[in-house]
Write a protein that binds this ligand. Sequence first.
Ligand code: NAD
Length: 486
Amino acid sequence: MHLDEDKITLLVEKVVERLVSPNASRTSPTSAPPTNTSRPQSYRMRVQSSDAGIFATVEEAIAAAKKAQSDLRECSLKTRDAMIEAMRQISREYIQDLATMAVEETGLGRVDHKLVKNKLVIEKTPGTEILRPQAYSGDNGLMLTERAPYGVIAAITPCTNATETILCNAIGMIAGGNTVVFNVHPSAKRVSAFYIGLLNEAMRAAGAPENCITACAEPTIASANTVMKHPDTRLVVVTGGPAVVQAAMNSGKRAIGAGPGNPPVVVDETADLKRAAESIINGAGLDCNIVCIAEKEIIAVADIADLLKREMKRLGAIEVTGRDIRKLEQLILTSDGGVNRHFIGKRPAHILREIGISCDEDTVIAFCEVADEQHPFVQHELLMPVIPMLRVTNVDDAIAMAKRVEHGFRHTACMHSHNIASLHKMARVMDCSIFVKNAPSSAGLGFGGEGYTSFTIASPTGEGLTTAVHFTRERRCTLKEYFRIV
Ligand code: NAD
């Protein structure tokens, strides 16, 4: 069947209307709250999606995921693998649409960088292969340990990596044999509902039960709390700021909390400055700095601070100086010293225009030297491509300052140095889930660095880069005598 563009647009409008309409649930068309039916204008989908997995109420979403979980238990590992491959494949096909929709709906970040982040999740999130059974054999026979599903998982996702977190969590949780109820960020609800529909359809075509991942059409803080505290959700996995991590800890359930970071990057006098400058621009500039692992402040040893600045400017970063720093403070901070959300996830050109500085639309970061570490640009996780730089006398002072400004989140830190002792010291002192040496922070997510990826990095609860291993429970079976084959 051939559809021209107008027909496709009409089709998509109908699908999107359904996703946001009070009758979003196919199984329960009643009792939905009133919805906002506004939507971005430029949605252009290549093929149809559906509202599979999207329900009018969170209770219905949980009930459907519970039913799906008992059906999934009957499925083979081979089917689980096929479901995961189907999620990867449909995500590859829709990557451009998902990136565009996420930027249009949330107003955060850049389409080209979201393509990079989504591709990373598609290709490098581990599936069932990471779940390794263990066997101990001895005079008393055999002991086998396997990883089993919790059941239904409550997953709360952020607006900064809206689609990336959904796919990353879905792959890991399904790999473990769980089903998932997502409570997505309200400002990403449309792209999330669209994506959950796509993923469910893809899994169904691969032999999965229906509703392996579900969500309610109108997520709120209240619905997040309902899903976290509901007796039918066994594990709570949250990705977001400090409030939601605290809420997860208070849920009364086992909780995996992936909270905020404020990653420092230290550059010492032994560093390759061209490489350091390039890495900082690429890491801190990723998706307009909204990624939790992105470099948030530069701490440079005085000997090389000016040279580093020069390299950064040569590679396209823009430095804000003098009175313009004050103007920038007035713009991106609120009157009570907080962060002006209006500028989160915006490009430097957009931000600097407001204070009368013009720069190329493709400029990735702006930076400014600030006098001391108490400066709000250093203290706050700004989540925008405005990076403060601090100058210190030596590398030991730099490491000590990095430790203080990271606020004990133990999330991510980076260092550029060729002094092995300094690299070793900072790695130990920072005690972070991710420590990156001589590369952009994104290398710690496996982008240009070794290892798998995860977009739920649980520092408060200690799992680090979460995978199916963390979304499963350990079960032991002891077989007395016999079964040992030697
Ligand atoms: P956010 O905390 O505003 O929202 C995250 C999710 O939590 C949303 O679904 C939101 O609706 C929900 N939520 C917020 N407050 C809640 C409360 N009191 N009770 C219940 N639910 C609540 O975060 P955001 O703006 O979407 O994302 C940015 C933040 O998330 C940054 O701090 C960033 O560092 C952090 N983050 C961390 C990771 C990680 O892996 N550690 C990954 C992405 C984002």
